[in-house]
Structure formats: structure tokens, C-alpha cells
Write a protein that binds this ligand. Structure first.
Ligand code: ASP
Length: 316
């Protein structure tokens, strides 16, 4: 049996110990642990990397603390629009959805696109229609509400300074809370197949149908057995422009860099040059895992068949 592993994230940003209460920290740690346990159980039982990724992400989507599924951030119009993607490194099959509403587990819909449509990427009402047709579980608006995200949105909803095309100064203002809370997972299974998935509510106060990097194959999510599986989190626009996840794969494929070296290059050099704050998790087909971020913190966890487990929030 070959080594297997799972790595997950719950978002990156200015996550400082000084802003955290011990109780909240405990809740985040428990949230990460239960997602890790759910995904790892699939691998332990001989399940596929794709199913392990899905299982971990569903737990994070159901957790109000993370900006994905239940607890997603509010758009300018005061609703939740969610994005997600899933990619299978064994086949290079992928499924992604953007700007969907009322879908309880957006990662399940991305999986449905991957397995049961002739397409890769569905958006908006069409994606919702597909969800209904496939019998994907929907929930009323109330289900997605969290007071915490609502207060965060209320603070900036009337501001003119929120748009991501605005100056850096304004982006900094928008993100003064730095509540990136996107979730993601990457797995390597007992067959040596790898997969990646990412799910998000995007950015608070987003408008005009803005879509971030998370559901964009190659930017926020990518998997290829020959190189790596990657899930990103952070300020989506620079990640899209850097084609961040695929760039890690290219550095491994064309320059023979290790997973860790390639992720370092993209996160700490290329993204920094584009003012792309955030991070990513990655895995290769030998079950090597890396978690790299250029922000103050990233909710993250990993576990592997060698018996190693790490759960972290801040930069150590
Ligand atoms: N990358 C996501 C986006 O830009 C946000 C996040 O990671 O929290 O939509």
C-alpha cells in the first residue's frame, strides 16, 4: 500500500492570535479536526482522493465559522453567492460552479458537474437549475445566515470603497477584517491518486457577479497525478492573474522543483509581486504535503498514514 494523506485549509489572511479568544480558537481547531477526520476516514477505508476531498469540504461547508456553504459572506445585494471546484488528478476531470445560491453543499454540485454533465464550469441560474435537476440539496436563505458575516457586511455595504477594482488603499480598507474563510482540501489515496477541491462564499460585498479564483481550474484549484493537487485561499484576483495552482504544477513539471519549492516560489515570490495575499495547500502522488502562506495566518491541518498530524492557525 502506498502512503496516503489529507491536507485541508479554512482560509488565510490577517489571522492574529491577539484578535482571537481562546473559545473561538478552540472552535476553529475543532472545526478543522472534524473535517480532517471525515476526509481521512475515507482514505483509511480505501476510498478515493476525490471522495476524501469532498467529505472534508462538506464538513467545513456545514460549519458556520467558515466562509463556504453555511456561513458564506454577503454580497453587495445582501445574499450569498457561492463558488466551488473539484478536480481529479488521475483523469484530469474537473467540475466547477460559480455564483450559485441556496445550494447546501456547493462542492457536491461541483462533483455532480464533474461526474454527470458534459461540462466543466456552470454558473448562476443555470448551475442552480442543474442542481435542482440532479436532486442536489437546497436550503432557504436563512440557513446560510450568520450574524458574524452580516455584521461584517453591514460595516462596508454602504461604502463606495469596496470594489476590488479600486485602489490598493481601498482594497486594504475592504479587507481590514481580512476574513478570508474559503475552505479547501487535497488528498492522496492508497492508489496514489490525488485530488483537490475548494469552496467559498467569495469576498464580502462583492458585486456584478464577481467570481474569485476558487472555482477557476488552474487558479484556485488544480490536480494532476504527475505533479500535484493544490487548493488556494486569499485575495482571488491576483491568484487568477498568477494562474497560481497550475503554476505550481508547471514548476514541478518543467523545472523539476519539489512540491514545497514550487509552492514557495508561487506564494512567496510570484503572488507577493502581485500583492496577492493568501496561501495554498498542496499534495503530491507520494503523499508529501505542503501548507504555504504569505499572510499572517491560515487555518490549516494535515494528517498522513505515517501517523503525522498538524493543525495550525498562525505563522509559527
Ligand atoms: N479566494 C477567495 C476569493 O477570492 C476568497 C478566499 O480565499 O477567502 O473569492
Amino acid at each position: 500500500m502506498q502512503p496516503y494523506a489529507l491536507v485541508i485549509h479554512g482560509g488565510a489572511g490577517t489571522i492574529l492570535k491577539s484578535d482571537m479568544t481562546p473559545e473561538l480558537e478552540q472552535l476553529y481547531m475543532e472545526g478543522l479536526q472534524s473535517a480532517l477526520d471525515a476526509g481521512y476516514a475515507v482514505l483509511e477505508q480505501g476510498g478515493t482522493a476525490v471522495n476524501a476531498v469532498k467529505a472534508a469540504i462538506v464538513v467545513l461547508e456545514d460549519n458556520l465559522l467558515f466562509n463556504a456553504g453555511r456561513g458564506s459572506v454577503f454580497t453587495k445585494k445582501g445574499v450569498q453567492e457561492m463558488d466551488a471546484a473539484l478536480m481529479d488528478g488521475a483523469t484530469l476531470n474537473a467540475g466547477a460552479i460559480a455564483a450559485v445560491r441556496n445550494v447546501r453543499n456547493p462542492i457536491e454540485l461541483a462533483a455532480e458537474v464533474m461526474h454527470n454533465s458534459n461540462h466543466v464550469f456552470l454558473s448562476g441560474k443555470g448551475a442552480n437549475d442543474f442542481a435542482i435537476k440532479q436532486g442536489i440539496k437546497l436550503e432557504p436563505d436563512d440557513y446560510f445566515f450568520s450574524q458574524f458575516r452580516y455584521d461584517q457586511w453591514k460595516e462596508i455595504r454602504d461604502s463606495d470603497n469596496y470594489s476590488l477594482d479600486h485602489t490598493h488603499q481601498n482594497i486594504q480598507e475592504l479587507m481590514k477584517d481580512k476574513k478570508f474563510g474559503t475552505v479547501g482540501a487535497c488528498a492522496c489515496d492508497q492508489q496514489g491518486n490525488i485530488a483537490a477541491g475548494t469552496s467559498t462564499g467569495g469576498m464580502t460585498n462583492k458585486k456584478f457577479g464577481r467570481i474569485g479564483d476558487s472555482p477557476v481550474i488552474g487558479s484556485g484549484t488544480y490536480a494532476n497525478n504527475q505533479t500535484c493537487a493544490i487548493s488556494c485561499t486569499g485575495h482571488g484576483e491576483p491568484f487568477i492573474r498568477a494562474v497560481a495552482a497550475h503554476d505550481v504544477s508547471c514548476l514541478m513539471e518543467y523545472k523539476n522543483l519539489s512540491l514545497q519549492q514550487a509552492m514557495d516560489e508561487v506564494v512567496n515570490h510570484k503572488l507577493v509581486a502581485l500583492e496577492g495575499e493568501g496561501g495554498m495547500i498542496g499534495i503530491d502522488a507520494k503523499a508529501n504535503v505542503s501548507m504555504v502562506f504569505n499572510s499572517a495566518g491560515m487555518y490549516r491541518a494535515m494528517r498522513n498514514s505515517k501517523g503525522e498530524q498538524i493543525i495550525g492557525i498562525y505563522k509559527d
